[in-house]
Design a protein around this ligand. Sequence first.
Ligand code: CMC
Length: 435
Amino acid sequence: MASDSRADLKTGTLTLDGKTYSFPIRWGTSGPPVMDVGKLYGTTRIFTYDPGFSSTASAESKITYIDGDNGVLLHRGYAIEDLVAHGDFLETCYLLFYGSLPTPAQKADFDNRVTRHTMVHEQMARLYHGIRRDAHPMAVMVGVVGALSAFYHDSIDISDPHQRMVASMRMIAKLPTIAAMAYKYSRGEPFVYPKNDLPYAANFLHMCFSVPFEEYRVNPVLARAMDQIFILHADNEQGASTSTVRLAGSSGANPFACIAAGIACLWGPAHGGAHEAVIKQLAQIETKKRVPEFVARAKDPEDSFRLMGFGHRVYKAYDPRAKLMRQICHDVLKETRADDPLLEIAEELERVALADEYFIEKRLYPNLDFYAGLTLRAMGFPPSLFTAVFALARTAGWIAHWMEMIADPHQKIGRPRQLYTGYARREYVPIGRRD
Ligand code: CMC
């Protein structure tokens, strides 16, 4: 990593009302220095104000590092490109959970332990039938994953590392089953039980696309693509949904309920919901010829329209996940021998936007979501399921962060403060005396 010219910086000072206060500067392994303002209010009676966390580190973590200026994503120090090229999703899960790559024996044991938990309690299947059939799969995911907390009382003792790991395994194992059941329910098709002789991603495809009355063979190219898609979604540092899981978990809440909170946050179009929004937008653009019209709208300060799948709070260069996803998209389309007119529009949109001064100046590049929806569509998933696929893969990262937080002896409940701009104290007037 590039060295920082401020490497000697140990403290930062703040002058308020003629008085100078010092605060420690902390240096991570990589990334800019961080001023520790934990004692700011106690010593100065002043808070910081940073509602979108634009300049605030909310956690100390050893899991994932993003160098947004150079388009780098590392999990436990390993580049996303290497994990996608050489490993599989369960290896990435192991890495996120335990901090190192598994040996062959550790990997076999881990895969086996996850596989043994793929089935959900039969009573859970009945839960689906209480939900409207046309419900969005993310609504189903929030409810059903939240309901897992009612099924596993033994995971409640979160002070026990063993129970934490068992709960984590269960979530990794059951999320594909739950997402596939949400899909089947929306189609009015029978649920398909997991098949434990299939690898993780292939099993997910089997649960989504097989029907009881026909032989279903998982296409190995699509299964590999599915696995790579899972790896690309596994973690992305302190994104909104990960921060939600951490905040929910900071009170000591049930981990299954915390993951449900993460799923709720992920659903929004500024986050994982962008997968679906990108496809809707590409369909709205309709033809390559109309790309300039939509780019012009995205630049217009009077128009709230944004290019979905563009921009990121941290990546100010090409999102490395988007680069990999674009390649996977082409691989899938080649395998399925299909053409997608929306891909043509997407590539034209990228070409026009990346050459445009507005996008260059604001450093807006395609993000993971830009090609993810197209890839999942090419694999046969409907847009409404895209974010559920994101959720099942991101569960790995959410859990890793939750476990890291709970194991931290300095962990405290998350409790932001506010800049209050409401009424000062007012005199209460009984209802009979109000005009
Ligand atoms: N199209 C047009 N202009 C944009 C876009 C866009 N997609 N994204 C940001 N801008 C402009 C924005 O208008 C603002 O301009 P100005 O400084 O003149 O007000 C500037 O760029 C900075 O934007 P911001 O909203 O302050 O940036 P942010 O870091 O708060 O938001 C973002 C990041 C991802 C929410 C935003 O870029 C966005 O809404 N993108 C579209 C939705 C999307 O693709 N979301 C997926 C995010 S990545 C994967 C994930 O987390 O799930």
